[in-house]
Design a protein around this ligand. Structure first.
Ligand code: NGQ
Ligand code: ZN
Length: 463
């Protein structure tokens, strides 16, 4: 295979309608697939020996939190919880500078690519400096994430976060939240600035993220959505919705409804929406969310790490709800581990096996991979839904001789990839937007990034 070719012959590939032999893939200079033809060996195209999967979209990331993974796993109080973790996270967030954010994000995005994510949605709220003063350049921190994604070669959906309050009832923000605080006008102004200085393309998309119902008011949420319609009516909208029982109770006390219930009643929630951590829903809310066409953003490793609870995957799957996965706080950046833990949570809860499957296919791996791919593409609102004409050439080339995969065909490959975890990853090469970014398990910018990351981490941990 040559580095600059715009075509390849995939020996065995997963397409939207299933597995195919000898698939001729061709893409254009913008990285979009122009040809996907199975069963026609073309002598001209370089051969990709192995198994080709579409690359996965990561629908929820707070990049800076990568640098604190592993640093909150000690007991400070017997009552340690999501909220005490959040206090530690705020203290850490205070230390980030534009330079350290960029170094951490490049490292993270390289790790994501190596683990099978070819796109990421950044739920980005570190807008101002540590005192809460705006940086001289608007979007200084956003620009660092855009530059990091470009350097790593990962597709990016950037979602600037609107954040106003510390709790329901317009409680004033805490000191630790001052870096996040803004308004609907500020967010739209930022989007305009970003669109001017870093215009959107197939690898870069903008949307918005009202942080949560506890951090914004009903009025400012409406204002943001109205202004967003003028800026870009199809832009993706992400929100943290019902992660903790405490926030559900506070929402009921202040708004007279549970968070998902309230949102569905007051806002036109549709396929442009992604509800992250829809952990605590009644069965009626679960069904209504599935019917809305929105995506549920599920972050299994982070939700387990923070003690959030378990998403009702069974009823949601029965109702045909869209969902995808996010690595959120980045205690793990593995597609395989995220999907495995989603199914394992359901098994432990229901004391059964093979819980999350589609109506027409018994393979758990196929359900998990295909659904997460579709939901991730919707939440990203970029053409990353799989290997089809018009979609991005985002793909993973797996080693078919790896002990995890050897001798297997069809959906058993996905079952094994997710549920058989032995001897390192079989993901060998990764292409994003038509460019090989990982070859033989190595990213081209890995060494430079490691050095910058080590320097950044030394600074963050000593201050
Ligand atoms: C966040 N993370 O914004 O980083 C949140 C914690 C909050 C998760 N929800 C802060 N996992 O929800 O207030
Ligand atoms: Zn989050």
């Amino acid at each position: 295979m040559t580095m600059h070719s715009h075509s390849l012959l995939a020996e065995y590939a997963l397409l939207p309608d299933g597995w195919h032999q000898d698939v001729h893939l061709e893409w254009d200079a913008t990285g979009l697939l122009r040809k996907v033809s199975p069963g026609k060996p073309a002598a001209v195209a370089p051969r990709a020996p192995g198994i080709v999967l579409p690359g996965m979209a990561n629908l929820h990331s707070h990049a800076f939190q990568r640098a604190m993974a592993g640093l909150t796993e000690y007991r400070a109080k017997p009552t340690d919880s999501f909220w005490s973790w959040r206090t530690l996270m705020y203290a850490f967030a205070q230390k980030l500078t534009p330079e350290t954010l960029k170094a951490v994000a490049v490292q993270l995005y390289i790790e994501m690519l190596k683990a099978g994510y070819t796109s990421v949605c950044e739920f980005h709220y570190l807008h101002h400096d540590a005192k809460g003063e705006p940086y001289a350049a608007p979007g200084e921190m956003s620009a660092c994430l855009i530059a990091a994604a470009e350097e790593a070669g990962i597709g990016l959906t950037l979602l600037p976060v609107m954040y106003q309050y510390s709790g329901f009832g317009a409680k004033p923000p805490h000191e630790g939240q001052l870096r996040f605080i803004n308004s609907p006008e500020w967010i739209i102004g930022l989007l305009q600035h970003l669109q001017k200085n870093h215009p959107q393309h197939a690898g870069l998309r903008y949307g918005v993220a009202p942080h949560s119902l506890r951090a914004v008011s009903a009025n400012s949420l409406q204002e943001l959505l109205t202004a967003l319609r003028d800026f870009d009516a199809g832009a993706p909208i992400h929100i943290h919705i019902a992660e903790q029982v405490q926030e559900v109770e506070d929402c009921v006390a202040h708004c007279g409804a549970r968070p998902v219930e309230w949102l569905l009643d007051h806002v036109d929630v549709n396929r442009h929406w992604c509800l992250v951590h829809a952990t605590h829903m009644t069965e009626a809310e679960t069904m209504a969310l599935a019917r809305s066409g929105a995506v549920a953003g599920i972050c299994p490793t982070t939700e387990a790490n923070l003690g959030d609870g378990i998403f009702d995957g069974v009823h949601y799957a029965q109702a045909g709800g869209h969902w995808g996965i996010g690595s959120d706080s980045h205690v793990s950046t593995s597609v395989r581990e995220e999907l495995r833990l989603y199914e394992y949570g359901q098994r432990l809860l229901h004391r059964r096996r093979n819980v999350l499957v589609g109506a027409d296919n018994p393979s758990v791996g196929a359900y998990l991979y295909r659904q997460a791919l579709m939901g991730g593409a919707m939440a990203s609102d970029r053409p990353v839904a799989g290997l089809a004409v018009g979609q991005r050439a985002d793909l993973l080339l797996l080693d078919n001789q790896h002990p995890t995969l050897c001798g297997k065909r069809g959906d058993a490959l996905l079952d094994s990839l997710i549920f058989s975890n032995h001897g390192g990853s079989p993901i060998r090469d990764v292409m994003a937007g038509g460019k090989w970014v990982v070859r033989h398990g190595q990213h081209s910018a890995e060494e430079t990034s490691n050095t910058a990351y080590q320097r950044a981490l030394r600074g963050l941990l000593s201050s």
